[in-house]
Ligand binder design. Structure first.
Ligand code: 0O2
Length: 244
C-alpha cells in the first residue's frame, strides 16, 4: 500500500542519515530501536489527516455561514528525517525517541494561509475552544516578529488518536500566516538556503525592509476591505465590521 511504502522510505532515509552522523554512531539505544520507528511516521500522518479534516470542516462552515472563508489555503507535510536529525542536533538533544517526541513539535506540520491578520486570530480563538484537540503553546511572531523580520503565528497542538492500546495524543505545529507573510517567508527560505552562510548586513537589512513592506501591504488590504464592505453593504457592512 502507498502509505506503507512511504513509511519504509522514511525509515531507510533515517537509517542512512543516522549512519552519516558521527556523534550518533555510538547511540546504540537509537540504532536498536529503529524498529519502534515503524509506527511513528504513520501516527504523525494520521494525526495530520485528522487535523486536515477538522480545518476543512471549519473552512466549509465559514464559507456557508459568512459567504467567505478566512482560510485561503492549507498545506501539510511530515518533516524530513534529515531535518528532524538536524533540529535535534541544533537543539542539543541526544537522539532518543522520547526526546524526538518531546522536543520536536513540528514533525507533523500544517501551514494555514489566511487573507487578513484578523482572520488568523479568529482561527486561533476557535482552535483554543475546540474540545477535540489541545492547544499546548502559542508563539506569536506577528505581535513580535523575529529579528530577521519573520512573521507568523505558531500553534503547537496535540491531537488525540484512538488506537487499540488507547488514546494517544500526537503533537503537530500549525503555522498561520497571511498571503504577504507567506510570500516573504518562502522567498527568505529560498534566498537564505541558496546563500548557505551568514547573510551580509546589507542583505539582512533589505530582507527586514521587505518584511515591513509585507506588513504594510497587509494593513493596506485590511483598510481596503473595510472601505469596500462599507461601500457595498452600507449599514450591514458596518455591523459586520463591528462584529469583527
Ligand atoms: P523547516 O525546514 O521549515 O521545517 P520549536 O519548533 O518550537 O521547538 P524552533 O525551531 O525554535 O523550535 O521554533 P520556531 O522558531 O517557532 O520555528 C519553527 C518553524 O518556523 C521553522 O521550522 C520554520 O518552518 C519556521 N520559521 C521560523 N523562523 C523562520 C524564519 O526566520 N524564516 C522562515 N522562512 N521560516 C522560519 P524549521 O524546523 O526551522 O524549518
Amino acid at each position: 500500500m502507498k502509505e506503507d511504502d512511504s513509511t519504509q522510505v522514511t525509515l531507510n532515509q533515517l537509517q542512512v542519515h543516522v549512519k552519516d552522523m558521527k556523534q550518533w554512531q555510538s547511540t546504540e539505544d537509537f540504532a536498536g530501536r529503529l524498529e519502534d520507528l515503524k509506527t511513528l511516521p504513520a501516527l504523525y500522518r494520521h494525526a495530520l489527516n485528522e487535523l486536515e479534516n477538522k480545518i476543512d470542516v471549519v473552512k466549509t462552515e465559514w464559507q456557508v455561514r459568512d459567504g467567505y472563508s478566512p482560510i485561503e489555503h492549507v498545506k501539510s507535510r511530515i518533516k524530513e528525517p534529515k531535518s528532524i536529525l538536524r533540529k535535534m542536533e541544533r537543539k542539543g538533544h541526544p537522539f532518543t525517541l522520547e526526546n524526538m517526541e518531546q522536543h520536536i513539535h513540528d514533525i507533523a506540520g500544517m501551514r494555514i494561509v489566511c487573507a487578513f491578520v484578523k482572520d488568523i486570530y479568529r482561527l486561533v480563538d476557535h482552535l483554543c475552544v475546540r474540545e477535540d484537540l489541545r492547544v499546548l503553546e502559542i508563539k506569536d511572531y506577528i505581535a513580535q516578529p523575529k529579528p530577521n523580520g519573520y512573521q507568523s503565528l505558531h500553534v503547537i497542538v496535540a491531537i488525540p488518536l484512538v488506537l487499540l492500546e488507547g488514546t494517544r495524543w500526537v503533537k503537530a505545529e500549525i503555522q498561520l500566516r497571511t498571503l504577504a507573510m507567506d510570500f516573504w517567508a518562502s522567498m527568505e527560505h529560498i534566498l537564505y538556503y541558496k546563500f548557505d552562510k551568514q547573510l551580509p548586513p546589507h542583505v539582512a537589512e533589505e530582507l527586514k525592509e521587505a518584511a515591513r513592506a509585507a506588513d504594510e501591504l497587509d494593513q493596506r488590504m485590511l483598510r481596503l476591505r473595510r472601505e469596500i464592505l462599507e461601500l457595498s453593504e452600507g449599514s450591514r457592512g458596518a455591523d459586520k465590521l463591528a462584529e469583527e
